[in-house]
Structure formats: C-alpha cells, structure tokens
Design a protein around this ligand. Structure first.
Ligand SMILES: [Zn+2]
Length: 112
C-alpha cells in the first residue's frame, strides 16, 4: 500500500513544540474550517476584529498573563482562518514578506 492509498489518520493533537505556521493553520482549519467557510469572509472578519478588541483590552490590563495567552492565541487563530478562507498560506506570506529580514532594507535588525 502506498502512502497515497493509505487512509489519512485524523489528527487529534496539535503537533509538538516548534510548530510551524503552516501546521498551525492546518490545525485551525481542521477544527473550524467548515464552520468558518460557511460563515464566509465578512462574518469571520467580524469575529477576528472582535478578538483584536479583546486582545487590546488584555494588553491594557497587562496583569493577567493567562488572559494575554488566550487572547494572543485567539487573534492568531482568527487570522489563520481568515487566511484559509482567502486561500492564503500564512507561512508562504510570512516567508515572502519577512524571509530576508526587514522587507525594505533586508537587514536584521531593521536599518531603516
Ligand atoms: Zn528596514
């Protein structure tokens, strides 16, 4: 049996440490992709914007680290699902724009 014929095992856990952005995007898509695609880009964007507001509030408070962890994860998850709906591979996007350092001067750290 070739790898292609073998039935795909359903992933039940986020890959361990050093997860790549692409794996995270696939993970979020596996969890929410169907619902988010049905809601569509505009409705999903509204959720993303709401989560950015919640992150803003958590950053203003600063003292609740658990809340900060939660809100950063939420914003990244909603950004990821927006990218999926829009047909954008986040890892490709990040590599394309920031793969050589600062996109304007290409220095690390930025020399602009
Ligand atoms: Zn620069």
């Amino acid at each position: 049996m070739t790898d292609q014929q073998r039935p795909k095992q359903r992933q039940t856990q986020l890959p361990a440490a050093d997860i790549r952005l692409r794996e995270f995007q696939e993970w979020i898509e596996a969890i929410y992709g169907e619902k988010d695609r049905a809601r569509g880009l505009q409705g999903t964007y509204m959720w993303f914007a709401e989560e950015v507001g919640e992150l803003t509030r958590a950053l203003r408070r600063q003292h609740d680290r658990d809340n900060l962890l939660e809100e950063f994860a939420d914003v990244l998850a909603w950004l990821s699902t927006l990218a999926s709906i829009a047909g954008i591979d986040l890892q490709e996007a990040v590599e394309h724009k920031y793969g050589k350092g600062c996109p304007y001067c290409e220095a690390v750290p930025c020399d602009c």
